[in-house]
Ligand binder design. Structure first.
Ligand code: SAH
Length: 493
């Protein structure tokens, strides 16, 4: 199975299905981050890659292991970078399985030789510039007799040449191609870490590329592409033009909530490091919370202050559904909370224009609450602005915590990610407090982004200087503020 060139979004649907179903996964080094996240907790994960220098397993041992696991009736995924049949030795492994009579299927992947150029803005073929493309290994020793490569043929090849594995041999490759008659002025692009957040592209001529790559310290993995199509990058390059390209943005919210924000930031070109300082811990449905659920029909007004609150409220309802709220006015603090409600079949009656408790209090002014029961379904440590205001108006308020946000210590990898951040985002006071309490701190020089004044105040209390505060206090507002800041700081090209 191919895992694609590195961007997790380029994994195929079939690959994700089979990873989720696998009993065992034998994987290589160049697979996307998080590629194995969908595996079951009991799946055997075994690294069988070949680090340059230190072999984990020889090819023969890998073949034998595949046959052995297959014969034992296991569902086995053999996961490789890019495409398994393009310089992946997938052919040899399939031969071994065929010889042993073990059934298998082949799942192609997006190969680096096409994907890395594509992310660099280079089409490997083009009606006007290249009507053929050759995939070539740069691994063969060009000096040794009986090299698998026919340099004269490559010299004459009428189209794009794409070299895999050749970065250390680039000087020799360039020399051979020139000797075989390719034009010294022909364009060459070298794409390092293609489709990964740190992708870098160097373009020069065939005569100049070796010195250039040395000067710029290009490292493997890299694809070298020779051909006129490389010049199209001037027009087609897109990755580097995205507003957050080059930024490393730390997202501190709980993992369960982080994905929406992380996805938006990635789409804008940022590298996202998830540093969840907090975790959502549902309260058990007992005591006060149980009482509330039992008497849910008695409430005239139910207020939700977060999407998590909505989710956990419906979990707590047990067997009941949206009809439990049929008799109540339903209020949501913001659009995310309202969207979560609408997923459960409820259109919120009240959503304030600014997404803070004070604004919800204002928006609730026309709702009759005097002498009525009101439920505020919230996080444990929320501020009491909303319940206090409603009590003042004569409501009988039950202020019920559905969950707690608890500190989540950061892993070594997360701490290392945080160290590289150019922006650190805070979406609530608790993200600030828990991050700082866990002992982690935004690195010096990183810009601090806060979702609104309450979060900013907490950050300042904790000794952090807020550089950017969102005008709209929701995720979209935070992203807009971040883009505006990054754009204004960008040195004009
Ligand atoms: N089966 C893989 C190739 C394996 S050979 C595929 O189809 O992509 C390993 C070589 O692939 C590396 O030396 C490098 O030249 C290239 N490669 C793999 N991933 C890459 C990436 N993300 N960016 C640039 N080159 C990559």
């Amino acid at each position: 199975m191919g895992a694609g060139p590195g961007d997790p979004g380029l994994m195929t649907r079939r690959s994700l299905e089979l990873i989720a179903a696998a009993d065992a996964i034998l994987y290589d080094r160049l697979i996307p981050p998080g590629a194995l996240d969908g595996a079951r907790p009991d799946t055997l994960l075994r690294y069988v890659g070949k680090e340059p220098g230190a072999a984990a397993l020889t090819q023969e041992e890998t073949n034998e292991l595949l046959v052995e696991l297959g014969r034992a009736g296991k569902r086995v995924v053999r996961l490789k970078g890019g495409d398994p049949f393009v310089f992946g030795r997938g052919g040899e492994e399939a031969e071994a399985l065929a010889a042993a009579g073990v059934p298998f299927e082949v799942v192609p992947g997006v190969t680096a030789g096409v994907a890395a150029p594509a992310y660099a803005g280079i089409p490997v073929t083009h009606r006007d510039a290249a009507s053929a493309v050759a995939f070539v290994t740069g691994h063969e020793d060009p000096d040794k007799d009986g090299s698998a490569l026919d340099w004269d043929a490559l010299g004459r090849f009428p189209g794009t040449l794409v070299f895999y594995m050749g970065i250390r041999r680039l000087p020799l490759i360039a020399e051979r191609l020139l000797a075989a008659g390719r034009e010294p002025g022909e364009a060459v692009a070298v794409v390092e870490r293609g489709t990964h957040p740190g992708q870098r592209t160097v373009v020069d001529t065939l005569a100049g590329i070796a010195a250039r790559v040395e000067a710029e310290e290009v490292r493997p993995p890299a694809i070298t592409l020779v051909g006129a199509v490389a010049e199209l990058r001037q027009t087609i390059a897109w990755l580097e033009r995205r507003p957050l390209h080059g930024e490393v943005v730390a997202v501190t919210r709980a993992r369960a909530q982080a994905s929406g924000l992380a996805e938006r930031l990635r789409e804008l070109g940022a590298e996202v490091v998830e540093t969840p300082a907090i975790r959502i811990q549902p309260r058990p449905v007992e005591g006060e919370l149980r009482e509330t659920i039992v008497r849910i029909d008695e409430y005239a007004l139910v207020c939700f202050t977060s999407p998590n609150g909505v989710r956990l409220f419906f979990d707590a309802l047990g067997g009941r559904d949206a009809r439990a709220l049929a008799g109540a006015v339903v209020a949501a603090i913001g659009p995310g909370t309202a969207a979560e409600l609408s997923r459960r079949g409820i259109r919120a009656d009240v959503v304030p224009e600014r997404f803070v408790a004070e604004a919800l209090v204002e928006a609730l002014a026309p709702v009759e609450v005097e002498g009525r029961r009101v439920l505020v379904a919230r996080a444990a440590e929320a501020r009491s602005v909303l319940p206090d205001a409603l009590r003042e108006r004569g409501a009988e308020v039950d202020d019920v915590a559905l969950y707690e946000t608890v500190a989540e210590p950061l892993t070594e990898a997360q701490l290392a990610g945080l160290e590289r951040a150019t922006y650190v985002t805070f979406t609530s006071s608790s993200t600030v407090r828990f991050l700082v309490e866990s002992g982690a701190r935004p690195p010096a020089g990183a810009r601090i982004v806060s979702i609104g004044p309450v979060t900013s105040a907490t950050a300042e209390e904790q000794g952090l200087t807020v550089d950017v505060e969102a005008e709209r206090h929701d995720i979209d507002g935070l992203v807009d503020a971040l883009i505006a800041d990054a754009t204004s700081r960008r040195v004009p090209a």
